[in-house]
Design a binder for this molecule. Structure first.
Ligand SMILES: *Cc1c(COP(=O)(O)O)cnc(C)c1O
Length: 357
């Protein structure tokens, strides 16, 4: 038999990334995908047109320097372009950052349960994932995370609001945390859901980055901006860090179509904010409805809610499927349900009212 070489040990132990499933079509029932925290709205005004113009250039490589996107972001965010590094989704940007800073023997601290891409992205570099349990109400335990930092720690990742549990950190607590983190550690603030936060003291990643240059802010066009299918996100970081991320990125990773759509999305802010407000109103309706039914739900600040169902998670996902809703189960732990169309959200509430596990 031919000998097939084996991949690195780290690769053979990678946890799988489980994508949210699409619904199976059901005759006579509209089905909804509430499993990937996507935006249920169609593209923002002007975005399809900009993307279509870029499609006509598909015989050419994209602008590797993302010039138009960096210029638009720099103006919008008030940062110089050398603080920016784009990638095919902010997940890719995180991969490049980890590749630039971590190797075997290094440690990366993050909360758990949190975004399922983190342990995969860390493990693939050969570094060790140090997972700090959330508090019982689904929040980061910042004291425990600070205590988990060692001489080998290269990066700490904060996810706010936390996917999949929902609560957001406050600006004051992250600011105080950053001040405690030793000088050899970068702090990643993953703000994938920042537009949905409605707390009194929301995290402002850019302000944190200005105060603490070792803060790396991750943002994405996938959620509020509704460009999940195009794969584009970015980091705001110190110029040295941004340069290291860009150095590790795939050449020509962000497609011409994605660059054009992202720039056009930044121009459609008014429509974006209206949609985000509507999604937030729906989220708050679902949260209030679940609480009125007696569900103990961590405070949702993203576009999703978390049902800590434990052993009943699989049964719940199956019951949701029966009602035409695809949720994202995490076996033995809980189900994350994205906020979707009002009809989908109402159906979730009806189904939860009937659920007795
Ligand atoms: C969705 C998400 C991202 C962004 O994903 P991309 O589609 O790769 O931009 C990043 N972090 C968290 C916590 C997310 O949930």
């Amino acid at each position: 038999m031919a000998h097939i070489p084996t991949p690195r040990a780290a690769v053979t132990t990678l946890p799988p990334y489980v994508p949210g499933r699409p619904p199976t079509p059901r005759p006579g029932l509209t089905t909804y995908k509430l499993s990937s925290n996507e935006n249920p709205y169609p593209p923002l005004p002007g975005v399809v047109e900009a993307a279509t113009r870029a499609v006509a250039q598909m015989n050419r490589y994209p602008d590797m320097g993302c010039t138009g996107l960096y210029a638009a972001l720099a103006e919008r965010l008030g940062v110089a372009t050398d603080h920016l590094a784009a990638g095919t989704g902010s997940v890719a940007v995180l991969y490049h950052l980890l590749q630039a800073y971590c190797e075997a023997g290094d440690e990366v601290v993050f909360a758990w349960r949190s975004f399922e891409a983190y342990p995969i992205a860390v493990t693939v570099t050969g570094a060790t994932a140090v997972q700090v349990p959330l508090t019982h109400d689904g929040r980061h335990d910042l004291d425990a995370m600070a205590a988990a930092i060692t001489d080998r720690t290269r990066i700490v990742v904060l996810c706010t609001p936390n996917n999949p549990t929902g609560p957001a950190l406050t600006h004051a607590e992250v600011d105080a945390f950053c001040a405690r983190v030793p000088a050899h550690v970068l702090v990643v603030v993953d703000e994938a859901y920042r537009e949905f936060v409605r707390t009194a003291d929301p995290v402002d990643g850019l302000a944190l980055h200005r105060t603490h240059p070792r803060v790396v802010v991750l943002r994405t066009f996938a959620k509020a901006y509704g460009l999940a299918g195009f794969r584009v996100g970015y980091a705001v970081a110190a110029p040295e860090v941004a340069a290291a991320i860009r150095a590790c990125a795939l050449p020509f990773g962000v497609s011409s179509v994605a660059q054009a759509a992202a720039v056009a999305s930044l121009d459609a802010e008014e429509a974006l904010l209206e949609r985000v407000d509507a999604l937030v109103a729906e989220r708050d309706r679902v949260y209030a409805g679940l609480r009125a039914q007696g569900w103990d739900v961590p405070e949702p600040q993203g576009n999703f809610v978390w049902l800590a169902l434990g052993d009943r998670t699989g049964d719940f996902a199956a019951a949701a499927e029966g009602a035409g809703l695809v949720v994202r189960p995490f076996a033995g732990d809980g189900a994350r349900v994205s906020i979707g169309e009002p009809e989908a959200n109402s159906r979730l509430l009806e189904m939860c009212a009937r659920w007795s596990g």
